[in-house]
Design a protein around this ligand. Structure first.
Ligand code: GH3
Ligand code: MG
Ligand code: MG
Ligand code: MG
Length: 297
């Protein structure tokens, strides 16, 4: 992709010569004669690098650098004459990526520009990688729901919010019924496919605020912020029905019905995280005791 460079200088001949040089070097270019014009140009059009003179009428190049770095992910290279008292340190401390003396030697500017663009790319790759790592660290690899580590950190956060604002908070814990039999009959790989499909059904049943987690092997949790127990029960019932009415196909094309047992709890003030999860687990266990494929509170 061609980088877009904005040249800011109040001297038209400098602007235009630089623009021509950069255009011939293969860059997309724009020009501005003041900091105000430059800010308008950055607002109007995404760009990678601004090359700005320091001495400008109105806002100067250092203040412009400051403003750019505060609001945009744009690199800045500043230019200044040898006779002016502005220093390299000043420019860099405002967030400039590099500094060139005027009159500008284009070969030098081009080298500096290439280095800035290369570092930009590396930085973007680094950020992307961090983003992917972060996603991996909170995601369950099989179902692509969140994992249990993230469940506990999110639940703690929701409980803190509850204690501060008093919004209702509910939790669902669901467990696939007789899943061992399914695995023993069709094999572990077929069992995994069921887990993936159940994950999809859960996701489709959730409201915007709700988050779902693979809590353990064939157990899932759902955090429902701002939701009282009765409403959570309705969500649980909808989920239970969605799973029970789905026809799962297994290896050898046999069709199978799968059911889930669900426990629902509403958070009680000052209750520890573990107590809250235990009550959901207890409610789920009651669903099992009562014959499975049901919801208990
Ligand atoms: P219940 O109705 O009481 O929950 O019966 P169950 O058979 O589902 O419960 P149990 O706890 O006895 O067995 C859970 C089974 O879930 C055991 C294991 O075969 C299966 N399981 C757990 N994690 C995975 C997994 O990642 N993949 C597959 N395929 N199966 C799993
Ligand atoms: Mg000037
Ligand atoms: Mg289980
Ligand atoms: Mg089970």
């Amino acid at each position: 992709m061609t980088a877009h460079i904005l040249i800011v200088d109040d001297e038209p001949s400098i602007r235009e010569t630089m623009r021509e040089y950069l255009r011939l070097s293969g860059y997309e270019t724009s020009v501005a004669s003041s900091a105000e014009e430059a800010l308008a140009a950055i607002t109007a059009c995404p760009m990678e690098v601004v090359i700005t003179d320091i001495m400008l009428p109105g806002i100067d190049g250092l203040a412009l650098t400051d403003q750019i770095k505060a609001s945009w992910d744009v690199d800045v290279i500043v230019m200044t004459g040898y006779s002016q008292e502005y220093s390299y340190e000043e420019a860099i401390s405002k967030g400039a990526s590099d500094f060139v003396f005027k009159p500008v030697r284009f070969e030098e500017l081009d080298l500096r520009l290439k280095r800035v663009l290369r570092e930009r790319l590396l930085n973007q790759e680094r950020l992307q990688m961090l983003d992917e790592l972060k996603k991996l660290s909170i995601t369950d690899g099989l179902t692509q729901l969140y994992n249990s580590r993230y469940f506990y950190s999110q639940l703690k956060g929701e409980i803190e919010r509850f204690n501060r604002y008093g919004h209702k908070l509910s939790l669902l814990l669901l467990d696939i019924d007789n899943f061992k039999i399914y695995n023993d009959t069709f094999g572990h790989l077929e069992g995994d496919k069921i887990l993936v499909r159940i994950g999809q059904i859960i996701r489709a049943c959730l409201r915007k605020m709700d988050t779902a987690y693979r809590y353990g092997g064939e157990e899932f949790t759902i955090i429902l912020p701002g939701t009282p127990g009765e409403e959570a029960r309705t969500v649980a019932e909808r989920l239970r029905t969605a799973v029970a009415s789905e026809t799962f196909s297994s290896a050898g094309n046999a069709t199978v019905q799968i059911t889930i047992s669900v426990g629902v709890t509403q958070y009680c003030r000052e209750e520890p995280v573990s107590g809250f999860v235990q009550r959901a687990d207890q409610a789920m266990y009651e669903s099992k005791q009562a014959g499975r494929n049901r919801v208990s509170c």
